[in-house]
Every structure is written in structure tokens, then in C-alpha cells.
Design a protein around this ligand. Structure first.
Ligand SMILES: [Zn+2]
Length: 249
């Protein structure tokens, strides 16, 4: 059973005044994720959390005093506290008793890249008549959620598609290869803990090792691992794109 303590209600959106009384004594049934939202399923509804830009969750032992910017706690029977820390307060905490997929924050989100709704046929149809470059297209969260810069570059390399290509010019076969590559790249990265570039560490404090598997990302001027041509870089939509002009057309 859980018990909530809110010390600061003014996050990106105010935390509902009734939240503590509503969730008190409820059990946690599941913890899920949709795009960047964390869903904690309780007896009569769901907590919807977002970490914002600077938010983090930590497990601390009961009795550990809160620090500045520790805005709320969920105290668990086990003696642990799930504690939310957010200096910039762009995070959020909502409660819903309806299907969380219908909540205004979630209802219009595009498919998950690892879900069944996202496949080659979906990508092929979505790209028709779109002249935007394919890399920017797959990074658009209204098309598919959670394909960031690293994984977009890597998936395009694996699918042998130039990041500059107009989205609408992909063939059905290329769309299928790209959808497959996006799933493969994300699946492999998750398996080995993501890509540690700066200060990211996983919940267990270890960095991610996907960086060692990158074909093009941040390899400007290095030899392509497939054809030995030099990897090139350019800026696309204010983001660095890396690619092999020989392998990708
Ligand atoms: Zn190459």
C-alpha cells in the first residue's frame, strides 16, 4: 500500500489537491511507460508522471529527509520511498480513473516504435506525399514517439537510406527496412543499457554500452565499418546527422 506526500504542488501543471487522500492505501499493480510518461497503475486509477527536463526518481529509505527540490514522495509498505526531485519543475503528476490512454496528455501520441502499430506499412503510408527529409520525419513524435537523434541516424544507416531523402520518396521495401532497423536499433540499445554520451547512468548506476555499436553517430571522418568510406556529418533541423554517402542512398 502507498501513501503520498506532496511538498510542492506547482509543477508544470499543479498537482490535484485531492491526490494524497485519493491514493492513500491503494496498491501498485503495474508500472508502465507510454512515450515519456510513466504510468503507475493503482486500485482505482493511474498516476501519470513526466520527468520534464530535469526531473528524476530515486528510491530512498524511509526516514531519509527530503532535500531542496524533492517535491513529492510515494511511501511504500516495503520501507522504501519513491521520491521525485526536479529543480526546474517542468515535471508533472496527474491522476486519472479512466483509461490513461484517453487522458489528454496521452490520447494523441503517435505509436511506440517497438509496438505492433508501428511497422513498414504504417511508415510507408505515413510518408506518402511528405517532402520533409526522412530523418526529420522519423524523429517527429507525431509520426512515431521516441526515435531520438542517435537512433534515427543509426537506423537509416542500417536501412541504407540517405537521411536527406524526401520521406515520400521511400519505396514500400525501404519503408519496411527502415521500420525494421528502428526496432532493431532500439531493441539492441535497450538490451545493453542505452548510449552513454555524457552523464547518463541507468538506475543501477552503470553507463550504457550501445556507443560501442554505433556505425555512424559521432564518427565524422572515421572509416565506415561496412565500406571504409569516410563518415560524413551535416546539420539537419538543428541536429547533427551522421551518414555514409556510399552505403546510404
Ligand atoms: Zn559505408
Amino acid at each position: 500500500m502507498i501513501d503520498a506526500t506532496v511538498r510542492e504542488r506547482r509543477l508544470r501543471w499543479p498537482i490535484a489537491a485531492h491526490l494524497e487522500t485519493t491514493v492513500r492505501g491503494q496498491r501498485v499493480h503495474a508500472v508502465e511507460r507510454r512515450a515519456k510518461y510513466i504510468l503507475i497503475r493503482l486500485d482505482t486509477g493511474t498516476l501519470i508522471l513526466h520527468l520534464g527536463m530535469s526531473g528524476s526518481l530515486r528510491l530512498v529509505k524511509a526516514g531519509v529527509p527530503p532535500r531542496t527540490h524533492d517535491h513529492w514522495d510515494l511511501r511504500l509498505d516495503s520501507g522504501w520511498i519513491l521520491r521525485f526531485h526536479d529543480p526546474r519543475r517542468f515535471g508533472s503528476l496527474h491522476w486519472t480513473e479512466a483509461d490513461p490512454g484517453l487522458h489528454p496528455l496521452l490520447a494523441r501520441l503517435a505509436p511506440e516504435p517497438l509496438g505492433t502499430a508501428f511497422d513498414g506499412e504504417y511508415l510507408f503510408r505515413a510518408t506518402r506525399k511528405r517532402s520533409v527529409a526522412i530523418k526529420q520525419f522519423i524523429m517527429n513524435s507525431q509520426v512515431v514517439v521516441g526515435v531520438g537523434n542517435i537512433y534515427a541516424s543509426e537506423a537509416l544507416f542500417r536501412a541504407r537510406v540517405s537521411p536527406r531523402r524526401a520521406a515520400g520518396r521511400l519505396s514500400r521495401k525501404e519503408a519496411a527496412a527502415l521500420a525494421r532497423a528502428i526496432k532493431d536499433v532500439l531493441g539492441e540499445a535497450i538490451k545493453i543499457g542505452g548510449t552513454t554520451l555524457r552523464d547518463y547512468v541507468g538506475a543501477d548506476g552503470t553507463p550504457g554500452y550501445f556507443r560501442q555499436k554505433l556505425f555512424v553517430y559521432e564518427r565524422k571522418g572515421a572509416a565506415c565499418r561496412v565500406c571504409r568510406s569516410l563518415v560524413k556529418q551535416f546539420v539537419q533541423g538543428q541536429r547533427s546527422t551522421y551518414w555514409c554517402p556510399t552505403c546510404q542512398r
